[in-house]
Design a binder for this molecule. Sequence first.
Ligand code: NAD
Ligand code: LMR
Length: 328
Amino acid sequence: MKTPVRVAVTGAAGQIGYALLFRIASGEMLGKDQPVILQLLELPLDKAQAALKGVIMELEDCAFPLLAGIVGTDDPEVAFKDADVAMLVGARPRGPGMERKDLLLENAKIFTAQGAALNKVASRDVKVLVVGNPANTNAYIAMKSAPDLKPENFTAMLRLDHNRALSQLAGKAGVAVGEIEKLIVWGNHSPTMYPDYRFATVGGASLKDRINDADWNANEFIPKVGKRGAAIIEARGLSSAASAANAAIDHVRDWLLGSNGKWVTMGIPSDGSYGIPEGVIFGFPVITENGSYTLVRDLPVDEFSQKAIDKTLGELEEERGGVAHLLG
Ligand code: NAD
Ligand code: LMR
C-alpha cells in the first residue's frame, strides 16, 4: 500500500468543491492505487461549516477504498498541515456583468493569508493549484506570501481554457478532441487569454492548415474561448463548476503523474522566456513528468501572436500593480 497523499482543498463546500472531492477520493486524480487524505477548508461561518459537514458525511457514505482520512476545518494551518497538494478553490465567484478582475481586491486577501499558512505548515514540496479568480494574480499573491516554498510550485489554472479551446477546435476541424496535440493558451485566465493552435497537430499533420480560416480564428475562436466563462454564467446563472473541477483534476494529475510527452497549458511563474517578466504567472505550454514541468521553449512568435501576448501580459501587469500594496 502506498503512503497516502495529503490533498488540501479550500472552498470545499462550494460548487467546484462538490464536483471535485468525490473524483479525487475515487482515484481519478492521483491514480487508482494511490490513497489520499482530504484536508478540507471552509469559512468559519456556521452555514459554511454545516455545508462542509454534510459534504464530509457524503464522502464517508461513498466508502471510497482510497480515502484514507478526512479533515474538515476553518483553520488554514490545519488544512495545509503537511499538504502535498493544495487546491485553492475557495474565493468569491463573479456574477453576470462582472469581469474576474473585479474580484481582485476582495479575493486577494484570501491568498495572502493562505500563502502564509502554506509557507508555515505545508510540505516543502507542496504543489499548489490556484483556481479561485482572478487565478493568475491570486497564484502570484500566494507565491509571494510563501517565501520559503519553491516559487515554481505555485500554479494557476488555465487548463479549463485549454480544454475549451480543444473542444472548439475539434468541432471546427471535425476531429476527436483526443487527436489534437500541441495546443497552447498563453497568458491570463481572462478574456485577454490567447488560445494558439499554430503548432497544433492532428495525427502529426498541421491543424492550422486543415482549418485554414484566419477570420474564424480572430473573430470567432479566440473571443469564444476567452468569453466562455461569461457565457456559462449567462446560461446557468452560476459560474462553471463541473468543467472547472474536471480541469483542476487534469492539471494536478498531469503535473504529478506526467503528460506523456504531450503539451499542456499551465499558469506558471515566468523565468523570463518569451519576454514575460520573471515571476508573472502566465499560461505557457509545458510538458510534465513526475511532479515537475518543463517549458516548451523557443517557439516562433509572429506579429499577430506577439500583439495578443502583449495584451494579456499588459492586463496581468496591471493586476499585479493593483495588489502590490498587499505584498509589502
Ligand atoms: P462557490 O461560491 O460555490 O464556492 C466557493 C466556496 O469557497 C464557498 O463555499 C465559500 O464559503 C468558500 N470560501 C470563500 N472564501 C474562503 C476562504 N477564505 N477559505 C476557505 N473557503 C472559502 O464558488 P465556486 O463556483 O466553487 O468557485 C470558486 C472560485 O473558483 C471562484 O473564484 C470562481 O470564480 C473560480 N473559478 C475559477 C475557474 C478557473 O478556470 N480558474 C473556473 C471556475 C471557477
Ligand atoms: C470560468 O472561466 O468559467 C471561471 O473562471 C468562472 C468565470 O468567472 O468565468
